[in-house]
Design a protein around this ligand. Structure first.
Ligand SMILES: *Cc1c(COP(=O)(O)O)cnc(C)c1O
Length: 448
């Protein structure tokens, strides 16, 4: 077996990590994960860490879940990959049926891809092409997209075009297509005035707009920032009233994260296009799906000569192993009554967060279901942030590892997003570790 030390050296020699300043990375010893077991990650020395962010928001029922392992193994014995271009296969068909059953009503067709970003690209292109092929000449002017400030929809160029996080997105501006930003509101006080602005933009620009894309109910990468209650539904209704398609990006919020199967259900939102990825396979394999309505689908029908085909596809589209994992994950939701079991855990998290709220440098704490964002400020009352060079969020995450908990912050927002299979005892462990880590780093009295 290759030693941990050798792996760490090779990591520095060969890898380029995502969203990582590699110069900083080289100053640290990389933690090398060797195995997963339930809600725990196990490193090369055999240390067990609670997976506090579900391996980047993916893991749903924990790692090494027997039913999912068995489903993948059974599929592997049949075939690991076959294409959906010109052929079909069993798990892709059966998963599509299940997705249509469980997603908001009206969504009837499933188009597979392999990541959240590709799922978003597909939704954008479908919306664009829909209006080009709708018939009336005036619809052909509907070529632009609306997005919210703070939005995150992935890192490919199309998804970045509708991204609203300057730090990630502004440099790439020259590469992007034109999209119109909408102001996001995060408080009930601002809700009506923000909606008024959103309405004015939609009403004045709708003739040139194909679709609006949003993360329903809560923005993830913006720092776990929930919209005020009812905001998503009102935006959806504005779209309906103005011939603008509504794309729900449930890549982060899907599969129980917010307490319901999908965030749209909190507000009875029925989207025109719907994107899922991260938790789709239970967090096992890269698979995404873009769902749409019969109305949109039908506009792509015609003879080959009419060229109304959706000319899009990724080589590993609808990978059979991924689809088998997803089917097994959805079966667990039913068999274990995962959503019912989740409700007391959500309340338990809410109660457990109270002591953190009392910490000197903790600002607002946002929670929707098992999605939690804890804001850190140098001066909470003045909402003055720490200087970015201090990397407070990063330091807290590093400190939390001493308490055997893995978290990954978004800037100075501490993100907690444990698997749905987390137990109350593990929630206690997670919150206590994060409490100690925040206190040690921000108040400087590290308990080592
Ligand atoms: C993570 C995320 C994406 C991108 O998914 P990838 O699989 O990383 O491409 C898109 N939208 C939202 C809301 C996300 O959280």
């Amino acid at each position: 077996m290759i030693s941990k030390k050798a792996l760490q050296e090779k990591d520095h020699q060969y890898l380029w990590h995502p969203f990582t300043q590699m110069q900083e990375w080289y100053t640290e010893e990389p933690l090398i994960i060797d195995r997963g077991e339930g809600n725990y990650l196990i490193d090369a020395d055999g240390n067990r860490y609670l997976d506090g962010v579900s391996s980047l928001w993916c893991s749903v029922h924990g790692h090494g879940r027997r039913e999912i392992n068995e489903a993948i193994t059974a599929q592997l014995k049949r075939i690991a990959h076959s294409t959906l271009l010109g052929l079909s296969h069993r798990t892709a068909i059966l998963l599509a049926e299940r997705l249509v059953e469980i997603t908001p009503s009206g969504l009837t067709k499933v188009f597979y891809s392999d990541s959240g970003a590709t799922g978003v690209e597909i939704a954008l292109k479908m919306a664009f092409q829909y209006w080009q092929q709708r018939g009336a000449e005036r619809f052909r002017e509907k070529t632009k997209f609306l997005y919210f400030t703070g939005a995150y929809h992935g890192d490919t160029v199309g998804a970045v075009s509708v991204g609203g996080i300057d730090l990630f997105h502004s440099l790439y501006k020259p590469l992007l297509f034109e999209a119109l930003p909408l102001p996001a509101s995060y408080t009930l006080v601002e809700k009506e005035s923000t909606l008024k602005k959103v309405r004015r933009i939609i009403e004045t620009r709708h003739r040139e707009v194909a679709a609006l894309i949003m993360e329903p109910v809560i923005q993830g990468a913006a720092g776990m920032r929930p919209y005020p209650s009812g905001f998503t539904r009102e935006v959806r209704e504005l779209c309906r009233a103005n011939e603008v398609l509504f794309i729900a990006d449930e890549v982060a919020t899907g599969f129980g994260r917010t307490g319901k199967m999908f965030a749209c259900e909190h507000e009875g939102v029925l989207p025109d296009l719907f994107v899922v990825a991260k938790g789709l396979t239970g967090g096992y394999l890269p698979l995404a799906a873009t769902l749409t309505t019969t109305e949109i689908f039908d506009v792509f029908l015609g003879s080959v000569e009419e060229k109304k085909t959706f000319f899009h596809g990724h080589t590993y589209t609808g990978n059979p192993l991924g689809c088998a994992a997803a089917l097994a994950s959805l079966e667990i939701f039913e068999k274990d009554h995962v959503l019912q079991q989740l409700q007391p855990k959500i309340t338990f998290v809410l109660k457990g967060l109270a002591p953190l709220q009392a910490l000197r440098h903790v600002g607002e704490i946002h929670q929707v279901g098992l999605m939690v964002g804890i804001e850190l400020f140098e001066d909470v009352a003045a909402r003055r942030p720490f200087s970015p060079g201090k990397r407070m969020g990063h330091q807290v995450a590093t400190e939390a590892r001493r308490h055997r908990v893995i978290i990954r912050p978004l800037g100075d927002v501490i993100v907690l997003m444990p698997p749905l299979s987390v137990t109350e005892e593990e929630i206690d462990t997670l919150l206590h570790a994060v409490y100690l880590a925040i206190k040690a780093v921000t108040e400087g009295d590290a308990i080592r």
